[in-house]
Design a protein around this ligand. Structure first.
Ligand SMILES: Cc1ncc(COP(=O)(O)O)c(C=O)c1O
Length: 399
């Protein structure tokens, strides 16, 4: 690059970091937002925990499991601004959201408020739960394009009624990849005594997460996205005022093995029968990896790549992104409008003809592409994406 973006990491540092990931040669991986590959240190940590477990399962489960999980929860808690005892590990944000829905006290006529940028599976979870008890899901429609976070808050609270019991909102949305004003939503909801459940799988590492300061009731996270922890690692945060309500989806022993340790709400969640806790125990290594890179450096670098992708995709399509070009609105990924067309087919062709793994989606009847940039992505990945998009969109026009 002639005019190198000063937010990018120095070239030698960036090259070294790329070597930490084991992406298959020939694959241009631009979908960390769906499934993020872990760096070598995290893969090694997970394997080491598995070896440790396999070497003496009795010792591991009976004597060491609880303190190990408590220690890992403490470290994750420190990273997201809360005490470890407010967290329980889960395989992913989906599991966390199911736990919240299964535990939240809802009755006939109650409303659960989502908005049109929420994740499809999250709609399904709450629709099913509401259907079971005679409650209903309501949906706020956010303005398009978006110019001011207050517009989001206003649209959500305009849909609140006296029956609204909980607002479910992403910190970073899935179909649109925008950053939502969750702190303000929590503040206003508290005034109206409405609970807030934040769907946060994209936030840890990509954005600040400060749970005690945010004051939400529930926070559902996947650590295998931007934090690059092992696939199948996430957590559920529950505010102390809500912890007594929580019920596990899987009933098991639900008790501590050490009698001298105080009882916690997490006791019911720690032992869902015998399983492999290695993904959870390796999360602290992923946190360390990110902290060694420097969280600000990581965010600036990946945002710089996304910012350039945004400008170049806009130049290819002539269609503008629908949020202002500032870090407050988006981080390491952003959903970019495409001309009308077949989304699954374009995603397939980008993979089959160009070796590019990327999400192409239809949202609110329009077609979009959602590039994600992590530490292993190169300027060449971006060039390949732009060339491939140019070629495939031109082919669509000719067809
Ligand atoms: C906003 C949002 N919520 C929930 C999920 C589900 O995450 P997971 O598959 O890790 O459970 C995703 C996945 O992409 C998402 O983007």
């Amino acid at each position: 690059m002639t005019n190198r973006d000063p937010d990018l990491l120095p070239e030698d540092r960036w090259t070294a970091l790329r070597g930490e990931f084991t992406i298959r040669p020939g694959v241009t991986y631009l979908n960390h937002g769906s499934f993020g590959p872990p760096p070598r240190a995290v893969v090694a940590a997970r394997r080491a925990w598995q070896d440790d477990l396999d070497a003496n399962p009795m010792d591991f489960y009976v004597r060491r499991y609880e303190p190990l999980l408590a220690d890992a929860a403490e470290q994750v808690g420190k990273f997201v601004g809360t005490a470890g005892k407010n967290l329980t590990f889960v395989t992913n944000a989906t599991m966390a959201m199911n736990l919240v829905a299964a535990s939240f006290p809802l009755g006939p006529g109650d409303e659960v408020l989502l908005n049109d940028h929420e994740y499809g599976a999250v709609f399904r979870i709450w629709q099913r739960t509401c259907g079971d008890v005679g409650a209903r899901v309501t949906t706020a429609t956010l303005p398009y394009p978006l110019r001011d976070p207050d517009e989001i808050v206003a649209a959500i609270f305009a849909t609140v009624t006296h029956r609204t019991r909980v607002i479910v909102v992403s910190q970073v949305t899935s179909p649109t990849a925008i950053v939502m004003p969750v702190a303000e939503i929590c503040r206003k909801a508290a005034e109206q005594r409405i609970a807030v459940c934040i769907d946060g799988p994209h936030a840890p590492a990509m954005r600040d997460v400060d749970l005690d300061a945010m004051g939400c009731d529930f926070y559902c996270a996947s650590c295998h996205k931007w934090l690059s922890a092992p696939l199948g690692s996430g957590f559920l945060y529950v505010h102390p005022r809500r912890q007594a309500e929580m019920r596990p989806l899987v009933t098991s022993w639900g008790k501590r093995t050490a009698a001298d340790v105080p009882a916690l709400w997490t006791d019911e969640f720690r032992w869902s029968g015998t399983g492999d806790p290695s993904p959870y125990l390796a999360i602290p290594v992923a946190i360390q990896f990110q902290q060694d890179v420097g969280l600000d450096a990581f965010r600036l670098h990946t945002h710089a790549l996304m910012r350039e992708a945004r400008r170049r995709i806009e130049a290819v399509t002539g269609l503008l992104a629908f949020v202002p070009d500032v870090f407050a609105w988006y981080g390491s990924m952003l959903t970019m409008p495409l001309p009308p067309g077949d989304a699954p087919q374009l995603q397939r062709l980008l993979w089959e003809r160009h070796g590019i793994e990327i999400l192409v989606l239809t949202w609110n009847e329009r077609r979009y592409v959602r590039p994600s940039f992590h530490l292993y992505n190169t300027q060449a990945d971006l060039d390949r994406l732009i060339e491939a998009l140019q070629a495939e969109l031109a082919a669509e026009r000719r067809a």
